[in-house]
Design a protein around this ligand. Structure first.
Ligand SMILES: Cc1ncc(COP(=O)(O)O)c(C=O)c1O
Length: 398
Protein backbone atom coordinates (compact mmCIF):
# COMPACT_ATOMS: atom_id res chain seq x y z
CA UNK A 1 0.00 0.00 0.00
CA UNK A 2 1.28 3.45 -0.85
CA UNK A 3 0.15 5.91 1.80
CA UNK A 4 -0.33 9.55 0.89
CA UNK A 5 0.28 11.51 4.05
CA UNK A 6 -1.11 14.96 4.76
CA UNK A 7 0.96 18.09 4.20
CA UNK A 8 0.73 18.77 7.94
CA UNK A 9 2.37 15.51 9.04
CA UNK A 10 4.85 15.64 6.20
CA UNK A 11 6.03 18.99 7.49
CA UNK A 12 6.35 17.79 11.10
CA UNK A 13 9.77 16.70 12.33
CA UNK A 14 10.38 14.04 15.02
CA UNK A 15 10.89 15.66 18.41
CA UNK A 16 14.57 15.83 19.35
CA UNK A 17 13.54 15.06 22.91
CA UNK A 18 11.74 11.81 22.02
CA UNK A 19 14.69 10.72 19.86
CA UNK A 20 17.10 11.67 22.60
CA UNK A 21 15.13 9.81 25.26
CA UNK A 22 15.69 6.61 23.30
CA UNK A 23 19.47 7.11 23.40
CA UNK A 24 19.50 8.53 26.91
CA UNK A 25 17.83 5.47 28.39
CA UNK A 26 20.98 3.41 27.69
CA UNK A 27 22.80 2.40 30.88
CA UNK A 28 25.51 4.78 32.03
CA UNK A 29 24.05 7.86 30.37
CA UNK A 30 23.12 10.74 32.65
CA UNK A 31 20.05 12.37 31.16
CA UNK A 32 19.63 16.10 31.62
CA UNK A 33 17.47 15.99 28.52
CA UNK A 34 13.80 15.17 29.20
CA UNK A 35 11.49 17.33 31.28
CA UNK A 36 10.51 14.65 33.73
CA UNK A 37 9.70 15.09 37.41
CA UNK A 38 11.64 12.91 39.81
CA UNK A 39 9.86 9.64 40.72
CA UNK A 40 10.85 10.36 44.36
CA UNK A 41 8.20 13.12 44.27
CA UNK A 42 5.39 10.76 43.30
CA UNK A 43 2.90 10.51 46.19
CA UNK A 44 2.60 6.75 45.88
CA UNK A 45 1.13 5.97 49.31
CA UNK A 46 -1.47 8.74 49.11
CA UNK A 47 -2.45 7.90 45.54
CA UNK A 48 -2.78 4.19 46.35
CA UNK A 49 -5.17 5.03 49.19
CA UNK A 50 -7.15 7.42 47.01
CA UNK A 51 -7.36 4.95 44.13
CA UNK A 52 -8.72 2.24 46.44
CA UNK A 53 -11.20 4.71 47.87
CA UNK A 54 -12.38 5.81 44.41
CA UNK A 55 -12.83 2.20 43.33
CA UNK A 56 -14.81 1.34 46.47
CA UNK A 57 -16.95 4.45 46.72
CA UNK A 58 -17.26 5.84 43.24
CA UNK A 59 -16.53 3.17 40.66
CA UNK A 60 -19.89 3.67 38.91
CA UNK A 61 -18.86 7.16 37.91
CA UNK A 62 -15.07 6.79 37.83
CA UNK A 63 -15.22 3.95 35.31
CA UNK A 64 -17.92 5.58 33.20
CA UNK A 65 -17.72 8.18 30.40
CA UNK A 66 -17.69 11.66 31.89
CA UNK A 67 -18.77 15.14 30.76
CA UNK A 68 -16.84 16.43 27.78
CA UNK A 69 -15.60 19.49 29.64
CA UNK A 70 -14.70 17.47 32.73
CA UNK A 71 -16.38 16.09 35.82
CA UNK A 72 -18.13 18.93 37.62
CA UNK A 73 -16.86 18.29 41.17
CA UNK A 74 -13.31 18.18 39.78
CA UNK A 75 -13.79 21.45 37.89
CA UNK A 76 -15.12 22.97 41.11
CA UNK A 77 -12.07 21.77 43.09
CA UNK A 78 -9.71 23.13 40.41
CA UNK A 79 -11.44 26.50 40.61
CA UNK A 80 -11.03 26.57 44.43
CA UNK A 81 -7.41 25.43 44.20
CA UNK A 82 -6.54 28.14 41.66
CA UNK A 83 -8.05 30.86 43.83
CA UNK A 84 -5.92 29.66 46.76
CA UNK A 85 -2.64 29.08 44.92
CA UNK A 86 -2.67 31.58 42.03
CA UNK A 87 -5.31 34.13 43.07
CA UNK A 88 -7.30 33.26 39.95
CA UNK A 89 -11.04 33.84 40.17
CA UNK A 90 -12.99 31.72 37.71
CA UNK A 91 -16.19 29.69 37.64
CA UNK A 92 -16.03 25.99 37.02
CA UNK A 93 -18.02 26.65 33.80
CA UNK A 94 -14.86 28.29 32.45
CA UNK A 95 -12.68 25.22 33.04
CA UNK A 96 -12.11 22.29 30.68
CA UNK A 97 -10.19 19.28 32.01
CA UNK A 98 -7.85 17.84 29.40
CA UNK A 99 -5.54 14.90 28.89
CA UNK A 100 -2.55 16.96 30.00
CA UNK A 101 -2.10 20.62 29.12
CA UNK A 102 -0.49 19.30 25.94
CA UNK A 103 -3.97 18.45 24.69
CA UNK A 104 -5.08 21.95 25.70
CA UNK A 105 -2.38 23.39 23.43
CA UNK A 106 -3.56 21.29 20.51
CA UNK A 107 -7.18 22.36 21.11
CA UNK A 108 -6.12 26.01 21.13
CA UNK A 109 -4.46 25.65 17.75
CA UNK A 110 -7.61 24.08 16.31
CA UNK A 111 -10.15 26.42 17.89
CA UNK A 112 -8.44 29.80 17.50
CA UNK A 113 -6.69 29.49 14.13
CA UNK A 114 -6.91 28.04 10.64
CA UNK A 115 -4.09 26.06 9.00
CA UNK A 116 -1.63 28.54 7.54
CA UNK A 117 -2.39 31.22 10.16
CA UNK A 118 0.31 32.80 12.30
CA UNK A 119 0.69 32.75 16.08
CA UNK A 120 3.24 34.52 18.26
CA UNK A 121 5.43 32.59 20.68
CA UNK A 122 8.47 33.29 22.77
CA UNK A 123 11.80 32.53 21.11
CA UNK A 124 12.86 29.96 22.32
CA UNK A 125 9.60 28.30 23.39
CA UNK A 126 8.26 24.98 24.69
CA UNK A 127 8.95 22.26 22.15
CA UNK A 128 5.54 20.64 22.76
CA UNK A 129 3.80 23.89 21.83
CA UNK A 130 5.77 23.97 18.58
CA UNK A 131 4.60 20.43 17.94
CA UNK A 132 0.91 21.13 18.83
CA UNK A 133 0.78 24.29 16.73
CA UNK A 134 2.61 22.63 13.82
CA UNK A 135 0.12 19.76 13.93
CA UNK A 136 -2.56 22.41 13.32
CA UNK A 137 -0.63 23.73 10.34
CA UNK A 138 0.19 27.03 12.09
CA UNK A 139 3.15 29.29 11.45
CA UNK A 140 5.04 30.60 14.45
CA UNK A 141 6.70 33.99 14.82
CA UNK A 142 9.05 34.10 17.79
CA UNK A 143 9.76 37.16 19.94
CA UNK A 144 13.18 36.78 21.61
CA UNK A 145 13.37 36.37 25.38
CA UNK A 146 15.94 37.88 27.74
CA UNK A 147 16.39 37.36 31.49
CA UNK A 148 12.95 38.92 31.98
CA UNK A 149 11.10 36.73 29.52
CA UNK A 150 9.59 37.87 26.22
CA UNK A 151 10.97 41.24 25.07
CA UNK A 152 7.56 42.84 24.99
CA UNK A 153 8.94 46.05 23.45
CA UNK A 154 9.40 44.06 20.22
CA UNK A 155 5.92 42.57 20.33
CA UNK A 156 3.89 45.58 19.21
CA UNK A 157 6.14 46.20 16.20
CA UNK A 158 5.85 42.54 15.23
CA UNK A 159 2.05 42.61 15.46
CA UNK A 160 1.86 45.81 13.36
CA UNK A 161 4.15 44.25 10.75
CA UNK A 162 2.13 41.04 10.59
CA UNK A 163 -1.12 43.00 10.26
CA UNK A 164 0.38 44.99 7.33
CA UNK A 165 1.33 41.68 5.70
CA UNK A 166 -2.25 40.43 6.13
CA UNK A 167 -1.12 37.88 8.74
CA UNK A 168 -2.67 39.20 11.93
CA UNK A 169 -1.59 36.74 14.66
CA UNK A 170 -4.38 34.56 16.01
CA UNK A 171 -2.97 34.49 19.54
CA UNK A 172 0.13 35.20 21.65
CA UNK A 173 1.49 32.19 23.59
CA UNK A 174 3.71 32.77 26.63
CA UNK A 175 5.13 30.80 29.56
CA UNK A 176 5.85 33.77 31.84
CA UNK A 177 6.94 31.90 34.98
CA UNK A 178 10.06 29.68 35.01
CA UNK A 179 9.83 29.42 31.27
CA UNK A 180 10.49 26.19 29.44
CA UNK A 181 13.24 26.07 28.19
CA UNK A 182 15.06 29.07 29.74
CA UNK A 183 13.85 29.12 33.37
CA UNK A 184 13.36 32.92 33.16
CA UNK A 185 10.42 34.70 34.82
CA UNK A 186 8.71 37.78 33.43
CA UNK A 187 8.28 40.66 35.90
CA UNK A 188 4.87 42.26 36.53
CA UNK A 189 5.60 45.32 34.37
CA UNK A 190 6.06 43.23 31.25
CA UNK A 191 2.97 41.18 32.10
CA UNK A 192 0.96 44.43 32.19
CA UNK A 193 2.29 45.38 28.77
CA UNK A 194 1.23 41.99 27.40
CA UNK A 195 -2.33 42.54 28.66
CA UNK A 196 -2.40 46.03 27.11
CA UNK A 197 -1.12 44.88 23.72
CA UNK A 198 -3.47 41.91 23.63
CA UNK A 199 -6.44 44.23 24.27
CA UNK A 200 -5.24 47.00 21.94
CA UNK A 201 -4.88 44.69 18.93
CA UNK A 202 -7.61 42.23 19.92
CA UNK A 203 -5.22 39.30 19.87
CA UNK A 204 -5.98 36.65 22.56
CA UNK A 205 -3.25 36.10 25.14
CA UNK A 206 -2.48 32.52 26.22
CA UNK A 207 -0.62 31.92 29.48
CA UNK A 208 0.86 28.45 30.08
CA UNK A 209 1.80 27.96 33.73
CA UNK A 210 2.96 24.43 34.56
CA UNK A 211 5.76 25.53 36.90
CA UNK A 212 4.26 28.47 38.86
CA UNK A 213 3.92 26.46 42.09
CA UNK A 214 7.51 25.20 41.95
CA UNK A 215 9.21 28.30 43.35
CA UNK A 216 12.38 27.66 45.37
CA UNK A 217 13.51 31.25 45.96
CA UNK A 218 12.11 34.77 45.91
CA UNK A 219 8.66 36.29 45.99
CA UNK A 220 5.89 34.97 43.72
CA UNK A 221 4.98 37.05 40.68
CA UNK A 222 1.21 37.03 40.02
CA UNK A 223 0.10 35.01 37.03
CA UNK A 224 -1.30 37.14 34.21
CA UNK A 225 -4.77 35.57 34.44
CA UNK A 226 -5.05 36.84 38.06
CA UNK A 227 -4.01 40.43 37.25
CA UNK A 228 -6.31 43.39 36.63
CA UNK A 229 -7.40 43.19 33.01
CA UNK A 230 -6.33 39.53 32.80
CA UNK A 231 -9.86 38.07 32.94
CA UNK A 232 -9.86 37.25 29.21
CA UNK A 233 -6.49 35.52 29.30
CA UNK A 234 -6.65 31.86 28.32
CA UNK A 235 -4.77 29.95 31.02
CA UNK A 236 -3.31 26.44 30.91
CA UNK A 237 -2.43 24.43 34.00
CA UNK A 238 -1.43 20.85 34.74
CA UNK A 239 -1.24 18.20 37.45
CA UNK A 240 1.90 16.75 35.87
CA UNK A 241 4.37 18.60 38.12
CA UNK A 242 2.31 18.61 41.33
CA UNK A 243 0.83 15.09 41.27
CA UNK A 244 2.13 12.82 38.47
CA UNK A 245 2.39 13.19 34.68
CA UNK A 246 1.28 9.58 34.15
CA UNK A 247 -2.32 10.31 35.14
CA UNK A 248 -2.39 12.81 32.22
CA UNK A 249 -4.45 15.65 33.64
CA UNK A 250 -4.34 19.30 32.70
CA UNK A 251 -6.89 22.07 32.35
CA UNK A 252 -7.62 25.25 30.41
CA UNK A 253 -9.51 28.29 31.68
CA UNK A 254 -11.18 30.34 28.97
CA UNK A 255 -14.07 32.76 28.49
CA UNK A 256 -17.51 31.28 27.68
CA UNK A 257 -17.45 31.55 23.84
CA UNK A 258 -14.05 29.83 23.63
CA UNK A 259 -15.21 27.14 26.05
CA UNK A 260 -18.15 26.28 23.76
CA UNK A 261 -15.71 25.63 20.91
CA UNK A 262 -13.39 23.59 23.17
CA UNK A 263 -16.41 21.45 23.96
CA UNK A 264 -16.93 20.69 20.26
CA UNK A 265 -13.30 19.90 19.53
CA UNK A 266 -12.83 17.81 22.66
CA UNK A 267 -15.75 15.60 21.62
CA UNK A 268 -13.96 14.94 18.35
CA UNK A 269 -10.63 14.26 20.07
CA UNK A 270 -11.54 11.81 22.84
CA UNK A 271 -15.14 12.49 24.02
CA UNK A 272 -13.86 13.24 27.52
CA UNK A 273 -10.77 13.06 29.72
CA UNK A 274 -10.09 9.90 31.77
CA UNK A 275 -12.81 9.84 34.50
CA UNK A 276 -10.77 7.74 36.92
CA UNK A 277 -7.82 10.18 36.87
CA UNK A 278 -10.23 13.04 37.43
CA UNK A 279 -11.78 11.43 40.52
CA UNK A 280 -8.28 10.75 41.84
CA UNK A 281 -7.39 14.42 41.34
CA UNK A 282 -10.65 15.42 43.03
CA UNK A 283 -9.71 13.56 46.22
CA UNK A 284 -6.09 14.73 45.94
CA UNK A 285 -7.16 18.37 46.05
CA UNK A 286 -10.12 17.99 48.43
CA UNK A 287 -7.97 16.19 51.04
CA UNK A 288 -5.35 18.95 50.74
CA UNK A 289 -2.61 16.50 49.75
CA UNK A 290 -1.65 18.62 46.74
CA UNK A 291 -0.51 21.51 48.94
CA UNK A 292 1.70 19.29 51.15
CA UNK A 293 3.10 17.55 48.09
CA UNK A 294 4.11 20.83 46.45
CA UNK A 295 6.06 21.76 49.59
CA UNK A 296 7.83 18.39 49.51
CA UNK A 297 8.63 18.69 45.81
CA UNK A 298 10.08 22.13 46.42
CA UNK A 299 12.42 20.82 49.13
CA UNK A 300 13.72 18.11 46.81
CA UNK A 301 14.03 20.34 43.75
CA UNK A 302 15.61 23.30 45.56
CA UNK A 303 18.61 21.09 46.43
CA UNK A 304 18.89 19.87 42.85
CA UNK A 305 18.59 23.38 41.45
CA UNK A 306 21.44 24.47 43.74
CA UNK A 307 23.52 21.44 42.74
CA UNK A 308 23.27 22.12 39.00
CA UNK A 309 23.84 25.87 39.34
CA UNK A 310 26.89 25.29 41.57
CA UNK A 311 28.24 22.66 39.18
CA UNK A 312 27.80 25.09 36.28
CA UNK A 313 29.58 27.83 38.25
CA UNK A 314 32.47 25.47 39.02
CA UNK A 315 32.83 23.94 35.55
CA UNK A 316 31.33 26.21 32.94
CA UNK A 317 31.47 29.87 33.97
CA UNK A 318 34.60 30.56 31.92
CA UNK A 319 32.96 29.45 28.66
CA UNK A 320 29.23 30.02 29.05
CA UNK A 321 26.39 32.01 30.53
CA UNK A 322 23.48 30.27 32.21
CA UNK A 323 20.19 31.06 33.89
CA UNK A 324 19.93 30.67 37.66
CA UNK A 325 16.20 30.06 37.91
CA UNK A 326 14.25 30.67 41.11
CA UNK A 327 11.99 27.73 40.26
CA UNK A 328 10.78 25.31 37.62
CA UNK A 329 12.76 22.47 36.11
CA UNK A 330 15.30 23.87 33.65
CA UNK A 331 18.55 25.77 33.27
CA UNK A 332 19.42 27.38 29.93
CA UNK A 333 23.10 27.38 29.04
CA UNK A 334 24.62 29.40 26.21
CA UNK A 335 28.18 28.48 25.32
CA UNK A 336 30.44 31.39 24.35
CA UNK A 337 32.45 29.41 21.87
CA UNK A 338 31.11 28.84 18.42
CA UNK A 339 29.71 25.47 19.44
CA UNK A 340 26.76 23.85 17.66
CA UNK A 341 25.05 22.02 20.52
CA UNK A 342 22.94 19.90 18.18
CA UNK A 343 25.95 18.59 16.30
CA UNK A 344 27.65 17.94 19.62
CA UNK A 345 24.95 15.51 20.85
CA UNK A 346 26.53 12.26 19.53
CA UNK A 347 29.81 13.15 21.28
CA UNK A 348 27.91 14.00 24.48
CA UNK A 349 26.15 10.63 24.35
CA UNK A 350 29.53 8.94 23.84
CA UNK A 351 30.74 10.81 26.94
CA UNK A 352 27.68 9.58 28.89
CA UNK A 353 25.47 12.66 29.09
CA UNK A 354 22.33 13.87 27.28
CA UNK A 355 20.78 17.34 26.95
CA UNK A 356 18.43 19.05 24.50
CA UNK A 357 19.93 21.47 21.99
CA UNK A 358 18.70 25.08 21.83
CA UNK A 359 17.52 24.60 18.26
CA UNK A 360 14.82 22.15 19.38
CA UNK A 361 12.97 25.09 20.96
CA UNK A 362 12.82 27.28 17.89
CA UNK A 363 11.12 27.21 14.54
CA UNK A 364 13.91 28.99 12.72
CA UNK A 365 17.13 27.16 13.66
CA UNK A 366 18.49 29.87 15.98
CA UNK A 367 19.86 29.23 19.52
CA UNK A 368 22.60 27.02 18.02
CA UNK A 369 25.05 27.44 20.89
CA UNK A 370 22.47 26.96 23.67
CA UNK A 371 21.20 23.89 25.47
CA UNK A 372 18.44 23.10 27.97
CA UNK A 373 19.37 21.15 31.05
CA UNK A 374 16.75 19.51 33.26
CA UNK A 375 17.63 19.33 36.94
CA UNK A 376 14.61 17.58 38.49
CA UNK A 377 15.10 14.02 37.24
CA UNK A 378 18.73 13.16 38.07
CA UNK A 379 20.23 12.80 41.55
CA UNK A 380 22.53 15.52 42.93
CA UNK A 381 25.54 13.29 42.16
CA UNK A 382 24.33 12.69 38.60
CA UNK A 383 23.78 16.41 38.04
CA UNK A 384 27.32 17.20 39.23
CA UNK A 385 28.87 14.45 37.10
CA UNK A 386 26.63 15.34 34.13
CA UNK A 387 27.92 18.92 34.04
CA UNK A 388 31.54 17.68 34.13
CA UNK A 389 30.78 15.44 31.16
CA UNK A 390 29.24 18.34 29.25
CA UNK A 391 32.37 20.41 29.89
CA UNK A 392 34.55 17.54 28.66
CA UNK A 393 32.38 17.27 25.52
CA UNK A 394 32.71 20.99 24.77
CA UNK A 395 36.50 20.81 25.24
CA UNK A 396 36.74 17.85 22.87
CA UNK A 397 34.51 19.42 20.23
CA UNK A 398 36.50 22.66 20.08
C1 LIG B 1 5.37 24.80 29.11
C2 LIG B 1 4.70 23.46 29.10
N1 LIG B 1 3.43 23.38 28.69
C3 LIG B 1 2.78 22.21 28.66
C4 LIG B 1 3.40 21.04 29.05
C5 LIG B 1 2.64 19.75 28.95
O1 LIG B 1 2.37 19.19 30.17
P1 LIG B 1 1.31 18.06 30.39
O2 LIG B 1 0.72 17.67 29.07
O3 LIG B 1 2.02 16.95 31.05
O4 LIG B 1 0.25 18.68 31.26
C6 LIG B 1 4.73 21.08 29.51
C7 LIG B 1 5.41 19.85 29.91
O5 LIG B 1 6.57 19.76 30.16
C8 LIG B 1 5.39 22.33 29.52
O6 LIG B 1 6.66 22.45 29.93
Amino acid sequence: MKYNFSDVVNRMKPSEIRELNKMASSPGIISLGGGMPSPETFPIKELTEIMEFVMKKNSDLALQYGNTLGINPVREQISKMLEKTEGIKCNMENIIVNSGSQQGLYELGTVLANPGDTVITEEPTYVGAVSAFSANGLKMEGIPVDHNGMKVELLEEKIKKLILEGRKPRFIYVIPTFQNPTGYTMPVERRKVLIEISKKYDVPLVEDNPYGQLRYYGEPVPCIRSMTGGEDVIYLGTFSKVMTPGLRLGYTIAPEPVMEKFNLIKQALDLATNSFSQYVAYEYIKRGIIYKQVELNKQIYRKKRDAIVNALKANMSDISTFSEPDGGMFVWVTVDKNVDTKQMIPLAIKNGVAYVSGQAFTTNGTQKSSMRLNFTFGSVEQLEEGIKRIRKTINESA
